[in-house]
Design a protein around this ligand. Sequence first.
Ligand SMILES: *Cc1c(COP(=O)(O)O)cnc(C)c1O
Length: 228
Amino acid sequence: MHKIDDKLAKVTARIHQAAAAAGRDPQSVQLIAVSKTQPPEAIARAYAWGQRLFGENYLQEALDKLIALQQLEELEWHFIGPIQSNKTRPIAEHFQWVHSVDRLKIAQRLNEQRPSHLPPLNICVQVNIDDETTKSGVSLAELPTLIAAIAPLTHLTLRGLMAIPAATDDPGQQRSAFAKLRGALEVLNLQGYRLDTLSMGMSGDMESAIAEGATFVRVGTDVFGARS
Ligand SMILES: *Cc1c(COP(=O)(O)O)cnc(C)c1O
């Protein structure tokens, strides 16, 4: 068996186990294979195995791969990296999801630049859940204002929240960070929003994220191997 096939099978089994342990339907957690720095051949291999959702962080690298793989049907591209405001157009044109919206200007540009023949772009707002100065993301305090401003944009569909908590091996700390994001989503939904997406969990903490309600896990290393 090819090593990517083997890794995908293992990650999928972990997702199913974690969902079962949390009393959740395994189908309610989708795997995004994070393919940053990986060549198109690795993505094609994962595709042949049956993987359809891929996450990319760097725009130019992503566009090269989108072109290389454009003959593959049903690929779903998720942009998960930091966004510069002068680079929004190709994101609006080529991706189905953006997980890393953390300021209104970016959302407004994506909304203006989303081609009208395409369905609305699915958006998650990235939250800086541990208030780390080095990380992108809106603070929990500023989240409600940003959500209120993005929700009316008609070429976007506001789907939910994304976070990258501070790295830790302690499952208790992992869960409490993910629980904060889930809590923020619940509060917003009590206010009348209909957000259905929690994008949280990576190779080292996906089980904790699934226990706290993740609907997308974004996994790179454990799908493709270590990045060079
Ligand atoms: C790289 C990356 C991932 C995947 O991380 P791994 O630890 O390799 O699984 C997930 N989310 C984001 C935003 C990333 O940049």
